[in-house]
Each structure stands twice: as structure tokens, then as C-alpha cells.
Design a protein around this ligand. Structure first.
Ligand SMILES: *Cc1c(COP(=O)(O)O)cnc(C)c1O
Length: 388
């Protein structure tokens, strides 16, 4: 018998800012008297994250969900039109579509990468389809080149949910380079956090302006010739239905400090991942999904697929004080609010259902690499005895 952990081992542990650095920045914010509304810390965070990811355009938000809602809004999709998406994701992905008055259409996923199947996307396209919303789930990249071709051919917009793919790269290029817009989440459970927060990466300047304005109640910042012709001078004009998506100065400062720790955290997580792989690879009931070649992992989650009786393993781990997570089970297509959609039927989503019943995310954070991954070895041992 392997003894249970004295303290609970959770699935993740957020990066926290070092006290010296964060208190010094908090003092700056207090001295400045500027607490929110695109202040100094906010603007620096936007620049520093963009530099870190090597991308040109980023807007930060108070959370990823709101960012995704704004992304869909910024693309002016026809009211009530259809958006093709994956059921194997967090609730926020589907909800963002519905909050825009658009119709989510679920399509099945690939077995190996767990991302949207491009065949399933093509089959789901109708004359009412306006966009595709795929998810780089666990940081596994979607088939971005094929999706781009499908989108071009059918005149569709592509919005990626990149909540798990902060710093994922394909051939050394940020995954955020693909699609019209990519959403990032800076929630505490994510690799990089600003406590709560998120971002939108975009290419088109006009979409960027729209995002900026929608984030701030729709108040126009970029006055066009047309606006001037309409006699607009020295007053707020609002044309679009905006919202409040602004990230405040304290959280922006937090994000700036945490950003400096991300690289180190990823290196530690790499060790944790290597150790899990070494110890679990030869258990035939367990499959460890592999990242495609030429891709660098964002090190956000460590999912395994359990052949028989995943729930039993989950319970046994819990008894040892190890809190793994059934991400993503149940599927979004099984939620009360979506289960009656025609595309939500299990026969349309065979692979998604299979994966949702097998997947388990193991505890995964840098601190687990302490003492030559002692805790990881113990967790792996408990998994081994639980399964055999
Ligand atoms: C975390 C997450 C979100 C939502 O991000 P928040 O910043 O928590 O609002 C969206 N999609 C996926 C896949 C996520 O994991």
C-alpha cells in the first residue's frame, strides 16, 4: 500500500507574484491614483505579453470568457447564424456563442489530438454557417492550415479558443498567428495568470479598433471621416453595443510580475511531464496523448486516457488525497441548455463521447518537480496499483 498524501494534491497550483515585486508595483498604482481604464500597468502588460508571445496585436480583458464574447461580437456575424464548435471544451466556449445570439453547432473531434475534426467541420457547414470556433484543447494545436482553407473556401470567420495554448508554437511561430482572432485566458488555473483575465490576439487593425471600443462600452475612440461628417465633436459617441471588459491596474501589475515566472514554470512542468511519461508509459490501460511534431507544448494540463473504468481510478486517487479532474466531462453537448440541439446527439459526437469517458487530467504544476519529482513518482505508483 502506498500511503495517502498528508495534504491534498490539487490538479494545479497558480503562479503567485513575488511579494517584493508586487508590493512595489501596487505602491506605484496607489501613488498614481489611477486604478483602471487603460492605465500604465494595463498598457505595459499588453505590450509585455505581446512581446513574450512574439505577436503584433493584443487587447487584454478582465477575463477570457468576456474576451471571447467580444471577439464574436467584433466580427459582426449575422444574427442567429451558426457557429461550428467542439463539445470537448470548457462551458465558456459554447456559452460565448449563445451570449451573442448565435447558434452553436457541435462537430466531432479527432482521436489523437482531441481538437475539432476538419472532416466533421466540413460536414457541418450549411448556408447559415458564419464562423468556426475551434479550441486548442490542452494546448494541442488544431489543424490550423486545413481550417484556414475550409474557412476561405466557404467565406467563414475563424475564432480560436486558445485558453490552454498560451505560448504554444507551431514551427516556432505562435499559434495565435492563425485565425481572425485568438482568445487567451489569464485565469488563475491557467499557465499564466492575472488572477482573472484574458486577451484577444488579432490581425486586422479594423477588428482591433472594434475590440478596443466594444471592451469599453462601445465608446468611440477612433473617429472616422464619416463620424466627423455626422458632426461629431467633443462628445462621447456610441454606435455599438459594448460592454465593460477592462482589466484593472492591480491585476495588470500582478500579470506583469507573474509573466516573468512563466518560462521557469514551464521548465519545471517539463520535468513533471517527463517523469509521468516515463512511469506511466508502459501501463497498457493508459494512453498519454502526444503533441504533434514541430509543436511546442504550452504545459497547461497533463491529460491521460484511461481504457477501463476511469471513474474508479479517479475515486481511488481521491482516497489518496489526489484531486485529478475529469476535464472535459460531461461534454458541453450534454449540458441541460444544449442537449436538445440536433448536433448534440451522441451519434454525431462518437469520438468526443469516447474521449470524455476516458480522460483524466493529473496534478500538473511546477512545484511537483521538487525533490526530483518525488510527488510525481508517488502519484504514478498509486495510479499503477489502482489500475492493476
Ligand atoms: C478557462 C477557459 C475559458 C475561460 O476563461 P476565463 O478566463 O476563466 O473566463 C474558456 N475556454 C476554455 C477552454 C478554458 O479552459
Amino acid at each position: 500500500m502506498v500511503k495517502k498524501f498528508a495534504e491534498p494534491i490539487l490538479v494545479t497550483k497558480p503562479l503567485v507574484a513575488s511579494r517584493d515585486e508586487i508590493f512595489s508595483l501596487f505602491n506605484d498604482v496607489i501613488d498614481s491614483g489611477w486604478l483602471t481604464n487603460m492605465g500604465k500597468q494595463h498598457n505595459l502588460l499588453e505590450k509585455e505579453v505581446a512581446d513574450y508571445l512574439n505577436i503584433d496585436n493584443l487587447s487584454v480583458f478582465n477575463n477570457g470568457t468576456l474576451a471571447l464574447i467580444v471577439a464574436l461580437k467584433a466580427l459582426n456575424l449575422p444574427e442567429g447564424s451558426e457557429v461550428i464548435t467542439t463539445p470537448f471544451t470548457f462551458a465558456a466556449t459554447t456559452h460565448a456563442i449563445s451570449w451573442n445570439g448565435l447558434k452553436p453547432i457541435f462537430a466531432d473531434i479527432n482521436k489523437d489530438t482531441m481538437t475539432l475534426s476538419t472532416d466533421a467541420i466540413e460536414k457541418a457547414i450549411t448556408p447559415n454557417t458564419s464562423a468556426i470556433l475551434p479550441v486548442h484543447v490542452y494546448g494541442f494545436p488544431c489543424e490550423v492550415e486545413i481550417i484556414e482553407k475550409i474557412a476561405k473556401k466557404n467565406n467563414l470567420k475563424v475564432i480560436y479558443d486558445g485558453a490552454h495554448s498560451f505560448s504554444t508554437k507551431i514551427n516556432n511561430k505562435s499559434i495565435c498567428e492563425w485565425g481572425d482572432i485568438t482568445m487567451l485566458s489569464f485565469h488563475s488555473t491557467k499557465l499564466f495568470n492575472s488572477i482573472e483575465g484574458g486577451g484577444l490576439v488579432y490581425k486586422d487593425e479594423n477588428i482591433g479598433r472594434k475590440i478596443y471600443e466594444l471592451r469599453n462600452f462601445g465608446i468611440k475612440k477612433f473617429i472616422s471621416e464619416e463620424d466627423i461628417k455626422e458632426g461629431v465633436k467633443n462628445k462621447d459617441i456610441i454606435k455599438d453595443i459594448g460592454i465593460n471588459g477592462k482589466l484593472n491596474e492591480f491585476q495588470s501589475a500582478w500579470g506583469r510580475v507573474v509573466l516573468k515566472q512563466v518560462k521557469k514554470e514551464q521548465e519545471k512542468r517539463q520535468k513533471v511531464s517527463d517523469t509521468y511519461k516515463k512511469l506511466l508509459n508502459n501501463i497498457k490501460e493508459i494512453t498519454i496523448p502526444e503533441m504533434p511534431k514541430n509543436t511546442s507544448n504550452s504545459m497547461q494540463y497533463f491529460p491521460i486516457l484511461v481504457e477501463n473504468n476511469r471513474d474508479d481510478l479517479y475515486d481511488k486517487l481521491m482516497k489518496h488525497n489526489i484531486y485529478s479532474r475529469k476535464y472535459f466531462y460531461p461534454l458541453c453537448s450534454d449540458f441541460e441548455c444544449y442537449k436538445n440541439l440536433p448536433s448534440a446527439q451522441a451519434k454525431n459526437l462518437l469520438v468526443s463521447n469516447e474521449i470524455a469517458n476516458k480522460v483524466l487530467c493529473l496534478p500538473f504544476y511546477g512545484e511537483l518537480s521538487k525533490n526530483e519529482c518525488e510527488a510525481v513518482k508517488k502519484i504514478s505508483e498509486i495510479i499503477k496499483v489502482s489500475i492493476l
